[in-house]
Design a protein around this ligand. Sequence first.
Ligand code: G3P
Ligand code: CA
Length: 276
Amino acid sequence: MLILRKSKPAPSASIKPISNTRPLILGHRGASAVAPENTLAAFARAFDDGADGIELDVRLSRDGVPVVIHDATLQRTGLVKGDVEQLTAAQLAKIDIGSWFNRAYPALARGEYAEQRLPRLSQVLERCRPRPGVIYIELKSQSGTATDNLVRSVAEAITEFEFQRRTVVVSFDHDAIATTKALAATIRTGALFAPTHRRRSAWRREKILRAAGDCGADEILLHRALVRRNLVEQARDRNFPVVAWTVDDSKWIERAQTLGVHALITNDPAKMLAVA
Ligand code: G3P
Ligand code: CA
């Protein structure tokens, strides 16, 4: 039976994609949908799957070494009790950070995941040397002077590796972004924003743009719920590339092109790139 469908109206000029190129695809904590997050295996998998870059989280060990882990404690991904900031880098380097994934996702389990140990930032940067791609380093806020030490050691690592042109230091802690810029103006930075349910959206837009400008951020990283046409347009007018986190629905590729979103942070680069 022939089914007649109404033809789709031609897109108006205002909804035509403003970009012909796809957004950058960045692996959130690596390819964390298919490998244990924030491990060397997850970062390698993201690049192998064609990602344009990765996102990772950093904290300081007790002896002041930047290490790569999302949570402040080891409970969820290390399966042991303890705070990251209470252990030395040498102690953290022994923590099995991959077995939890094999237990949680047996269908995706691999022997090599159980061999993953909590990496230092320097180890990740070393592995990234031969891999072209951008690295978004998220500073997880710590208390008072600890944040300043975190900023300083991350800036030192970037400078030592001469990765200024391929890293973006990002944080919800906008003071940490300002400190990064004060320490090393050549390091690219981004301000992170999560949704709040207060006030009108025009007020919120202005607040976001002003906060990003005030801390000297070069980019704005928006939770997907904040990615609206007006905000993205106004951000672009003020020369802030917009990055959306965390999106795993491949419809976001077209949406990003339509809105002019610079990059998408995703747990599953392969899935997103299959569509792109
Ligand atoms: O960098 C964006 C995103 O990673 C922020 O949220 O909790 O996954 O670090 P979270
Ligand atoms: Ca993060």
